[in-house]
Ligand binder design. Structure first.
Ligand SMILES: Nc1ncnc2c1ncn2[C@@H]1O[C@H](COP(=O)(O)OP(=O)(O)OP(=O)(O)O)[C@@H](O)[C@H]1O
Length: 665
């Protein structure tokens, strides 16, 4: 497996060259740039938009269509209560430090990582070993410039300790990060002092909904909550059948402490998320697991990570689930499907791995989690999270609202149960609690059997009970005896009720798009001895534009032919661009190689005579010549993925005609 960033052709990746090409060709650009820009906000230009739309198109076909998922498009503005219940208000935070001298705000884990890495780099230099540059975050550069790490040799034991800390950097809480800063005396090179102890910084953008500002809310940090809140309606839409999945594509917002690495850590980004609802009983089997069981994945599990090993052999997902490396079939099924999706859009197979979250690294709701990470020049980057969120979200929302976010299933055999049951005196309960009635009722009904047993005892002995109800008064509510009965009763159940578990593949489209650009980038030596030119070898399905149409010269006879060709392609739904600028054909082709346009048609004098045109392949620069119908058919099959260029070359006559540069004279 590759460990450093290389281009598609194995050349060392020149990131500044790629970045400048992507900006020059307007794949993306800093937002509000003429006002000085805002960190972590980007606009996409025409090729970036097409590329993103094409990735989303493949995603919809690969997941929503293929798996009959139920797509929803939910509100971005989310009331405080929803995100309080989901745990985001209290727990969706990163650790932040402040430099007491210069006021700089620093993300604690990134700071520890950065300083330890720079010490290790200094150690390598002192030992005369080769050092790889990793990141060029401007803030980091500034810090480095002011306090360049000297080449200092460290003890072997210290090196090992630093490496262990770095391997677990995502797992530390604020207190632990503070201890690391103290223990290793980590100073901000820009000021020469240690930053303040880390404090939690919530990543959500807060706002007020409505003119009276009395409904606090947030811009959603993920699309998932909207899907959970619609669960009952979706279940009904699906005729009460489980398993089923919902899906949503939309923007999410996170107020990242230090946005960096271009599109990789931004404050507004497109997510595509799936919530697959599954019965927790029966081992979370998946009916289509057999279709993917032989797919081999690189899996970096917890034990491997703790051992410090980074290289692992591929293993089939069937074996990984059978051996308990991956918890269940449904999680395994989605990991394999994620892998196939990434492969389909052109992600380099040797630069994908799945890394399991360590127990304390997982989000507050997750039961198990594997990230699909892609290797980029910034290192391994999480691009898709695949989490088993258990029944967490549906349970907490049901508890808070009283909505039945459950599945009801007819039992084959009736079940006799003896249980503590709660009965409310509705006539008195509502008027007693007024507006809080529903909330209190939901909290009472959500009590466990053990709690009910204790409450029944209290009710008998004290004549009232005290129940914890979040959001009402001081959080404790007293219910007198005449409003409630709690008794042990026997009943026969004909229907089984359960809260489904959720497996959630969550895709960050911007990160995938950036990794895809790195993985498909390479440079071609120019024949004329000019600078090497960049090429983006996207698969035709996702390439922003599929066909470039170039007239040989500005001769008027070519114009209607080019126009007709673009019309024909448009009718077939194939995007094309005519480049009739005065640049040489070679230059025009190179410009479009930079945009990743896979095919190019040249219209020349022979076209005027016999209606034949040439078709050029971006990657090999080889050309074939045939009549218009044959070329259009070839384009169609390459674009829809049914054929590859080598098939076209085998079927149509190779064009060895005049040199492109000569032909333009
Ligand atoms: N700030 C961000 N910028 C761009 N994409 C992001 C950002 N945060 C998350 N994502 C994307 O959303 C996906 C799902 O979000 P998730 O909550 O699992 O990320 P995360 O674990 O918080 O990411 P990280 O640890 O990198 O902050 C990620 O796999 C990633 O692709």
């Amino acid at each position: 497996m590759t460990t450093t960033a290389t281009t598609l052709k194995g050349q060392p990746l020149d990131r500044p060259a790629l970045d400048s090409m992507l900006r020059r060709r307007m794949f993306y650009t800093p937002a509000f740039e003429i006002y000085g820009g805002v960190a972590g906000l980007y606009d996409y230009g025409p090729p970036g938009c097409s590329l993103q739309a094409n990735i989303i198109d493949v995603w919809r076909k690969h997941f929503v269509l293929e798996e009959d998922m139920l797509e929803v498009d939910c509100s971005v503005l989310t009331p405080h209560e929803v995100l309080k219940t989901s745990g985001h208000v209290d727990k969706f935070a990163d650790w932040m430090c402040k430099d007491p001298k210069n006021g700089e705000i620093i993300r604690a884990d990134h700071f520890v990582e950065e300083i330890l890495e720079s010490r290790l780099k200094g150690d390598k230099e002192a030992r005369g070993q080769k050092v790889e540059e990793k990141e060029e975050d401007p803030k980091k550069k500034k810090r480095k410039a002011k306090g360049v790490q000297e080449a200092v040799k460290l003890d072997d034991a210290v090196v090992q300790e630093y490496e262990e800390v770095l391997a677990k950097i995502d797992n530390y809480n604020g207190e632990e990060l503070g201890e690391l800063i103290k223990k290793y005396d980590l100073k901000n090179p820009a000021s020469g002092v240690q930053p303040s102890p880390p404090v939690a910084f919530n990543l959500m953008f807060q706002t007020a909904i409505g003119p009276s500002s009395n409904l606090p809310g947030y811009l959603r940090p993920e699309t998932a909550q909207g899907q959970f809140l619609n669960f009952s309606k979706l279940l009904e839409f699906n005729q009460g059948q489980v398993p089923f999945a919902s899906a949503s594509i939309g923007r999410s917002y996170r107020n990242e402490i230090s946005p960096r690495a271009g599109l990789l850590r931004v404050r507004e980004f497109l997510m595509a998320e799936i919530e697959h609802f599954v019965d927790p009983e029966g081992g979370k089997k998946h009916p289509r697991f057999h279709e993917v069981k032989d797919i081999e994945l690189v899996l970096l599990n917890r034990t491997t990570q703790l051992s410090g090993k980074t290289h692992v052999e591929k293993i089939s997902i069937g074996k990984a689930v059978a051996d308990g490396i991956v918890d269940n079939e449904t999680l395994g099924y989605f990991m394999a499907r994620i892998h196939l999706f990434l492969k389909k859009i052109g992600v380099d197979q040797s630069k994908i791995r799945f890394r399991q979250h360590m127990a304390n690294e997982m989000a507050h709701y997750a039961a198990d989690c594997w990230d699909a990470e892609l290797l980029t020049s910034y290192g391994w980057v999480e691009c898709v999270g695949c989490a088993d969120r258990s029944a967490y979200d549906l349970s907490v929302h049901a508890k808070r609202t009283g909505a039945p976010l459950i599945v009801r299933e007819q039992r084959a055999e009736p079940l006799v149960v003896e249980e503590w049951e709660v009965e409310l005196n509705k006539k008195k309960f509502g008027p007693h609690f007024k507006k809080d009635g529903k909330t209190v009722e939901a909290a009472v009904l959500a009590t466990t059997q053990e709690q009910r047993e204790a409450l029944a005892k209290d009710l008998n002995e004290k004549g009232s009970i005290t129940v914890e109800v979040a959001g009402v008064g001081d959080g404790k509510v007293e219910i007198p005896k005449d409003l409630i009965t709690i008794e042990r009763r026997t009943r026969t159940e004909h229907v089984r009720e359960y809260t489904p578990n959720v497996i959630e593949p969550s895709f960050g489209i911007g990160r995938i798009l950036y990794a895809l650009m790195e993985h498909n980038f390479w440079t071609r030596a120019s024949e004329g001895g000019d600078e090497a030119r960049g090429v983006l070898s996207f698969p035709p399905t996702v390439a922003p534009t599929k066909v470039l149409i170039v007239p040989l010269s500005s001769n008027e006879q070519f114009r209607p032919i080019c126009y007709k060709l673009s019309q024909r392609l448009r009718k077939l739904g194939i995007s094309s661009r005519i480049d009739d600028s005065s640049a040489t054909i070679g230059k025009r082709y190179s410009r479009n190689d930079e945009l990743g346009t896979p095919l190019g048609i040249t219209v020349d004098f022979q076209t005027v005579q016999d209606s034949t045109i040439t078709l050029r392949d971006r990657d090999t620069t080889k050309q074939v010549r045939a009549d218009e119908d044959k070329i259009i058919a070839a384009i169609q099959s390459v674009v829809d993925g049914s054929k590859e260029w080598k098939d076209v070359e085998a079927e149509l006559p190779i064009f060895e005609g005049q040199e492109i540069e000569v032909a333009t004279r």
